[in-house]
Write a protein that binds this ligand. Sequence first.
Ligand SMILES: *[C@@H]1O[C@H](CO)[C@@H](O)[C@H](O)[C@H]1NC(C)=O
Ligand SMILES: *[C@@H]1O[C@H](CO)[C@@H](O)[C@H](O)[C@H]1NC(C)=O
Ligand SMILES: *[C@@H]1O[C@H](CO)[C@@H](O)[C@H](O)[C@H]1NC(C)=O
Length: 430
Amino acid sequence: MLHCFRVTLAILLLAVSIKLSHAFQRNGHAKMKSAVFLSPKFVLGPGSVLDKYYYNIDFPRGHIALKSFNGEVVDEAGNSVPLHETYLHHWATVRYYQRRGATNPDYNGPLELDKSDHILVRNSGVCQKNSNGQYYGLGSETRGTATFVPDPYGIEVGNPADIPAGYEEGWLLNVHAIDTRGVEDKLGCTECRCDLYNVTKDQYDRPLRPDYKGGLSCCYDYTQCRLREGIESAERRGLYVRYTVKWLDWDEFIVPVKIYIFDVTDTWKRLENSTGQNAEHECHVEYEVKSCRASGMANNGCTDTKRVSLTMPTGGSVIYGVAHQHAGGTGSTLYGEGGRVICSSIPTYGEGNEAGNEAGYIVGMSSCYPRPGSVKINDGETLILESNYSSTQGHTGVMGLFYILVADELPKPSIHIPLSKSVNQVWERQ
Ligand SMILES: *[C@@H]1O[C@H](CO)[C@@H](O)[C@H](O)[C@H]1NC(C)=O
Ligand SMILES: *[C@@H]1O[C@H](CO)[C@@H](O)[C@H](O)[C@H]1NC(C)=O
Ligand SMILES: *[C@@H]1O[C@H](CO)[C@@H](O)[C@H](O)[C@H]1NC(C)=O
């Protein structure tokens, strides 16, 4: 009897220790894989703009859990390039399936949803069609923003069961960068002010609306921002986006998370019997902040607050959250019903000259890592997204995106409970 009990206990302990060692290994990053890649080289001179879509970039392959993705602009010697020289408007990675044997798309633009050789695999929502469909995307804040997904969660990709027969998974990298060396107005160039680019048509040759003052339609690929008198636009240099991906080989202990991106410019309206589906959304990505003096609103403390009400199609536990704003941004919050805060994300501005700390630029956005299970969104819950900007001066082409990772299920208690403390410590280090 006693012997039998001991054996049972031993088996039990063995089982527990296998699970623990598995999880400890994970927390010790023993199994974490990491790789550093370079985008194709691009060449920029003073005032010039790059907006390229690089298809089939180097990326980890196979059935994996993405754990983090960090990118930055470097020169040909591998040195980090500061934002006041090359402003990184954004980079974004988009997942797709390509028919085996098909050639990479040869046009410089976003992937359409249903081309027969290429199938965009967008995130879980909520904007229309391919809009804000990226898996990761950041701008000037990229060097100072955590993208790490805490254990035991991960973004599942490359599952052979999901990839249609005859196709393989590919990744595209969109890079939008503006060389502001020698320009007349650095902030104006980074805010894509149309007058500085001397542009009257967008990249598709369509005339701009008369009231359109600035944004992506004025700073597309090959446009040129106005230089100071006497500056030569000849000093061109080669640059790359260097990106670091961390991942784990997929296993049963990893809990998948879904990616949702909300956009404060979304004009979605609740329709009767609305399902909150992508087709009902119209995300405009960018908006304009009017100067409080011009708009006679100086008595509101010169804060421009933009809000939108949206529906979460399918709820779950929030594992991570972060906002994306441009210079002038003062913070963004995602609220649930009853006004409870799901996540607040606040920008950090640089104070110096060196890469990662450039004065006047957003060099990081704070991110949220709620204790799993402590912040939940219900199916169909109404959310409010709020994005604040300082309006002491006007801004064009600003953004108010909110990116969250949501888990349907909580991890199996055998892994989660005994390790919650060390898991927390891991998050704090990230
Ligand atoms: C702006 O564009 C117009 C027409 O495209 C051109 O005639 C003019 O010289 C340009 N101005 C500058 C300052 O480049
Ligand atoms: C909404 O759903 C109700 C009940 O299912 C139905 O009677 C009504 O016609 C629907 N309205 C619309 C606009 O589809
Ligand atoms: C945004 O501004 C409003 C006031 O207009 C304020 O109540 C709110 O707390 C601000 N939110 C953030 C995230 O700064």
